[in-house]
Write a protein that binds this ligand. Sequence first.
Ligand code: ATP
Ligand code: MG
Length: 199
Amino acid sequence: MSSGGERLGVFGGTFDPPHTGHLVAAVNVRYELGLDRVLLVVANDPWQKSADHPVTPAADRLAMVEALVRDVEGLEASALEIERGGPSYAVDTLAQLAAADPGGRRFLIVGSDAAAGLLTWDRCHELPVLATLVLVDRPGVASASPPAGWEFERVEIPRLDISSTDLRRRAAHGRPLDGLVPPGVVSCIRERRIYREQP
Ligand code: ATP
Ligand code: MG
């Protein structure tokens, strides 16, 4: 719980599944920018993806993110978009967080691939009013710059070539995920049989 006036990181994603790349990004941005907390906000309906391929139920993705951040100081799983329901728009999430802590500052963390698509986000021009954009690079993706005039910070993080797409593929083939996702997430996937057709 916070007493207000917080420096709050907001790291949204589908997290299908969450992985060590997400963890390293969140931890390092928190450290470099001196953030009080970073929320990993689980998209309820990641509308840009769900139109393209089936997405794991939100409750399973939230459970995996909770396992990812367990025992990691300053990182929290957020069910805000799940509780709101419907398609998930970052602008609504930031507005909700701003209303909850009017004296606080928000830092919207995006990887370079996501940053390249910012202008496709709903009501994107409101984003820089609600938060400072924080860009982190990803291997294999060119560094993106935000649209002209947007205030932003770039944070250098260890570059880990890990993606949820590759992890889903690995899981479907029965390949190990160890090291690419923390042990707690491996257990969560196993217990909930998330990426298995068969029990
Ligand atoms: P998918 O392959 O399904 O798109 P993903 O690995 O890209 O999954 P997302 O949930 O789409 O994960 O990403 C959420 C956020 O995390 C995005 O801003 C994305 O750019 C960032 N991100 C994902 N993987 C990494 C990584 N390895 N390093 C830095 N940022 C990352
Ligand atoms: Mg992605």
